[in-house]
Write a protein that binds this ligand. Structure first.
Ligand SMILES: CC(C)(COP(=O)(O)OP(=O)(O)OC[C@H]1O[C@@H](n2cnc3c(N)ncnc32)[C@H](O)[C@@H]1OP(=O)(O)O)[C@@H](O)C(=O)NCCC(=O)NCCS
Length: 259
């Protein structure tokens, strides 16, 4: 069993078994070209490719995504081998933290990660919100997020460290919004999806109910004005009942310290 970087002829083999992975299908076809061009798209093969895992390296963190093993070859330790390979690449780069995101209902995958000494670090809820013309008030655009206040923000479904550099860059591009009505403020980071057109990905740090509702109203209207098709909201909190806001699923953000 060999592990290597993907080449351009792997795509068709991989997509054959990454169609109906989950009840809703799979997204590998939508991200393959992007991940391939980023590099570190690992393939495990026996005559033909039978498993994949993509590793994305950022400052002191490796993000593991798209772990898939052909159904005929599961429970043979192949996913574990791919993950260990990606971890060893991270260690070579002096990276000390590995993360992956797993559907909280995906027991096999959670067991696999725990078997490799990952722990459930945080749990995040995914909501979708339909754009709609709305009025809202008291939204400001400057960063009120302090360094170390929150650990991560979401960029194209990757949880990236919210360090000083990221905060500065997000703030300078007006990606951080706040609702500061009475009560605890609500804050959000807005990023366009790199894989899906007209999709806005929002990391939301919830505050008081009136600030949450105000910020959701702003997002709906912003989505309407900017002609987004989908607003995807990721938050650690549960959000209030809100028209056209739909709770979808929860994910565990898994973490492992590498040595
Ligand atoms: C999850 C998945 C990647 C695991 O791949 P795999 O190669 O079968 O995993 P491994 O053989 O390395 O499993 C290692 C350990 O994980 C646990 N595990 C894996 N699959 C399991 C299952 N179906 N039920 C229970 N435990 C399971 C076991 O502890 C296993 O060790 P064991 O076989 O000695 O008991 C594979 O089932 C898959 O492709 N699933 C669909 C896509 C998916 O869910 N991807 C993960 C998204 S993060």
């Amino acid at each position: 069993m060999a592990i290597r970087e993907a080449n351009s002829s792997d795509k068709s083999h991989i997509l054959k078994f990454c169609k109906n992975t989950f009840s809703w299908g799979d997204y590998i076809k939508d991200v393959w070209n992007y991940w391939f061009s980023e590099g570190n798209l690992l393939v495990i093969e026996r005559n033909t490719p039978i498993g994949i895992c993509h590793a994305f390296f950022s400052k002191n963190q490796v993000w593991l995504e798209g772990i898939r093993i052909h159904p005929d070859f599961r429970r043979k330790g192949l996913a574990s081998q791919l993950i260990k390979k990606a971890e060893s690449l991270a260690i070579q780069k002096q990276i000390s933290i590995s993360h992956m995101l797993i559907d909280a209902q995906n027991k096999p995958s959670i067991l696999m990660a725990q078997n490799l000494h990952y722990e459930i670090y945080q749990t995040w809820n995914f909501y979708s919100l339909l754009p709609e013309k709305k009025s809202c008030d008291e939204i400001s655009f400057e960063s009120r997020i302090k360094e170390n206040e929150f650990s991560h923000y979401v960029k194209s479904w990757r949880w990236l460290p919210l360090d000083q550099k990221a905060l500065f860059s997000l703030d300078s591009k007006n990606c951080i919004i706040n609702s500061t009505k009475k009560g605890k403020k609500t804050q959000a980071i807005l990023k366009d999806s790199e894989h899906f057109k007209k999709t806005l990905i929002v990391t939301l740090f919830a505050g008081s109910k009136n600030n949450n509702v105000n910020l959701l109203s702003y997002l709906q209207n912003f989505g309407f004005e900017k002609k987004y098709q989908r607003l995807q909201i990721l938050t650690k909190e549960m959000l209030p009942e809100f028209k056209n806001l739909e709770y979808k699923i929860s994910f565990h953000l898994m973490k492992k310290l590498l040595s």
